[in-house]
Design a protein around this ligand. Structure first.
Ligand code: RRO
Length: 605
């Protein structure tokens, strides 16, 4: 079943301490009950990214338990405060509201053999990872599937949730064995020591192991299962900004090369193919290893409340589109169903950039949260021109809005091939030339040199009658010089900004936070820079402009339109709110700012 499209507010029913963790419950009046293994993207309504700072992005949290409640379902989450987002979730108070998107991701699936002689299920949970084991355990018990549960903890503080999730009447359920590294409970040592014993039993190969826990524990579980020929399903974790396939941040290696997105291909990854039922998670031989109190914003001068906008000959319903690479409409449709099409957030859709050949993208870690922003180093994963035309284009053509295809290549000949072949397709309304990706090492970035931009345009212009939009980099001293070159070379429009080159140091490892060492910064923190660059470009060229960079609400979009853009594009905000595009278009139309109270340009008071 698909998740409801977009985020919704759910009230906190309670939040209690449990050892070093917290367990909090939300009342969800709109969503379906989650399946074991699924997760939600959560952000408190208050003190979460309001006007900047951290936490900025929602946090992915697995569901620990669910139960029918009056007017909806109760959702229980186990959380440990280990950073600004989880710290904020730990302090939630009853009655507060939380933004919720989900349920998301795939779920555990049931072992086929339910006869009592089969080894059944072995559940292995570690630390905070005991949460999805709790809901899965209950489901297996209800189905009468034989099971054994192994739970491991570093120490007492890290055994939170045990009493609430695995005890009945104050007593640990009989199928459960504990391990603790400090010996405070059960066997002293690793939970995987207990697993070894179970896997060496005669009937072990008919078992299925389900596990969630710290990466080192999961790696050990996986290799033990592979060594003993036992099937497994692991609920993995990876940093993610959106939870529905848009940000490409939660990449994990795929056997045979490339990456999976944990949010839409997981979080449950299974392997090797074994005794599990139909509807399983994809069998993967997993590789070793409100605007209250806010003054309204008037529509910008020259704009009426009517929103129809003409852009390069395209009639658009409103002036809000997506920024390339920040919304995977195909993945979003799988997650949210056709509701996505009924209220499609954008008036035109820009594809993620495609290259001539397929690309796997950069190694994780690919994303990093910073105050009011994030850094990405995704590295342009895509199916290549052929794969895009054959597989993605027909699906993107079903979107209810004009399609703009973003392309990038490392030389003029390859760019020419992309433009010629994409241009032949009637489904494509316009082409965006990405000459500004900060994360692909292709020697000279064409968009950094006006002369290169001009000669690229001169080569491409004769190849198509479709509008050509040039996406500018902000990482130059004079973006307006590049815009002038684009105009003189025959471009129909210019879009800006792409992301700003940026780095972060991981405070734990003291190493660069992103595997690539650096990435591109986006989000509200970059908006004033983007706006200034747009103004400079506006003064230099006559072309229509698409303005973007940290647009999070109607007032932000209005700034870009007021400064001379025809369209405003939404990027990072869609990670926080899958329906941000429609919300922003509506805020623009109604003149509601959308900015949180007391935050704005005049707030140095
Ligand atoms: O995929 C990316 O890493 C990426 C691209 Br193509 C881009 O144009 N801008 C960006 O911030 N990331």
């Amino acid at each position: 079943m698909s998740a409801p499209f977009g985020r919704r507010l759910c009230a906190v029913a309670k939040n209690q301490v449990s050892g070093g963790y917290r367990i909090f419950s939300l009342l969800d009046r709109e969503g379906p009950a989650p399946e074991p293994g699924q997760f939600y993207m959560l952000a408190s309504e208050k003190s979460w990214g309001e006007g900047g700072g951290r936490p900025y992005l929602p946090r992915a949290i697995s569901v620990a338990e669910t139960a029918p409640a009056k007017d909806g379902v109760r959702l229980d989450f186990l959380v440990e405060g280990v950073g600004p987002g989880t710290d904020r979730l730990c302090e939630l108070e009853a009655g507060e509201n939380v933004w919720v998107t989900g349920p998301l991701g795939n779920a555990f699936s049931t072992p086929k053999q339910v006869n009592p002689d089969a080894a059944g299920a072995i559940l292995v949970g570690g630390g905070i990872g005991i949460a999805p084991m709790a809901i899965w355990r209950r489901r297996l018990v209800e189905q009468g599937i034989p099971l054994r549960v192994l739970l491991g903890f570093r120490n007492e503080a890290h055994s939170g949730g045990l009493n609430e999730l695995f005890c009945a009447g104050g007593t640990l359920c009989p199928d459960i064995r504990l391990a603790s590294e400090d010996g405070h409970a059960g066997y002293q040592g690793y939970v995987t020591d207990l697993l070894v014993t179970m896997l060496t039993g005669d009937d072990a190969t008919s078992a299925v192991v389900y596990s969630c826990g710290p990466p080192a524990m999961l790696a050990a579980v996986r290799s033990l299962c592979e060594e003993h020929g036992v099937s497994y399903q692991l609920a993995e974790e990876s940093p993610m900004a959106c939870g529905y396939g848009a940000c490409f941040g939660c990449a994990v290696p795929k056997p045979g090369g490339g990456y999976l997105r944990l949010c839409v291909d997981g979080p449950v990854l299974s392997g090797p193919a074994g005794p599990v039922t139909a509807g399983d998670p994809p069998p993967l031989p997993v590789a070793k290893a409100s605007s209250g109190g806010v003054p309204p914003t008037a529509p910008p001068p020259g704009r009426s409340a009517a929103q129809e906008t003409e852009f390069c000959g395209l009639e658009l319903e409103h002036p809000v589109i997506n920024a390339s690479g920040t919304y995977d409409a195909i993945a979003a449709r799988k997650v949210f169903g056709d509701e996505l099409l009924e209220d499609f957030p954008f008036s035109a859709f820009v594809s993620k950039t495609i290259t001539p050949e397929p690309r796997a993208g950069n190694k994780p870690q690919r994303i990093w949260e910073t105050p009011a922003a994030m850094i990405n180093s995704i590295g342009l994963p895509n199916k290549g021109l052929e794969g895009f035309l054959a597989e993605d284009l027909p699906q993107l053509a079903e979107l209810p809005v004009p399609l703009i295809v973003s392309v990038m290549a490392t030389n003029r000949e390859l760019f020419s091939r992309l433009v010629s072949e994409v241009s032949e397709r009637d489904e494509v309304a316009a082409i965006e030339l990405n000459v500004s990706c900060p994360n692909v090492h292709s020697g000279l970035i064409v968009g950094e040199q006006p002369s290169e931009t001009m000669s690229l345009l001169e080569a491409l212009r004769p190849l198509t009658e479709k509008p050509l939009i040039v996406k500018l980099t902000p990482n130059v001293a004079n973006p307006e010089a590049v815009a002038v070159a684009a105009e003189e070379g025959g471009a129909d429009a210019v879009s800006l900004i792409n992301t700003l080159k940026a780095s972060a140091i991981d405070p734990v490892t003291q190493q660069p936070a992103l595997a690539a060492g650096h990435g591109g910064l986006s989000g509200p923190a970059v908006r004033p820079i983007a706006l200034q660059q747009l103004r400079a470009v506006r003064a230099a060229v006559e072309l229509p402009l698409i303005g973007m960079g940290g647009v999070s609400c109607g007032a932000d979009a209005a700034e870009f339109l007021t400064a001379g853009a025809t369209l405003a594009a939404v990027g990072t905000e869609s990670f926080r709110d899958p329906r941000a595009g429609s919300r922003i278009a509506k805020e623009l139309q109604t003149g509601v700012s959308g900015r949180p109270p007391r935050v704005g340009a005049l707030d140095l008071k």
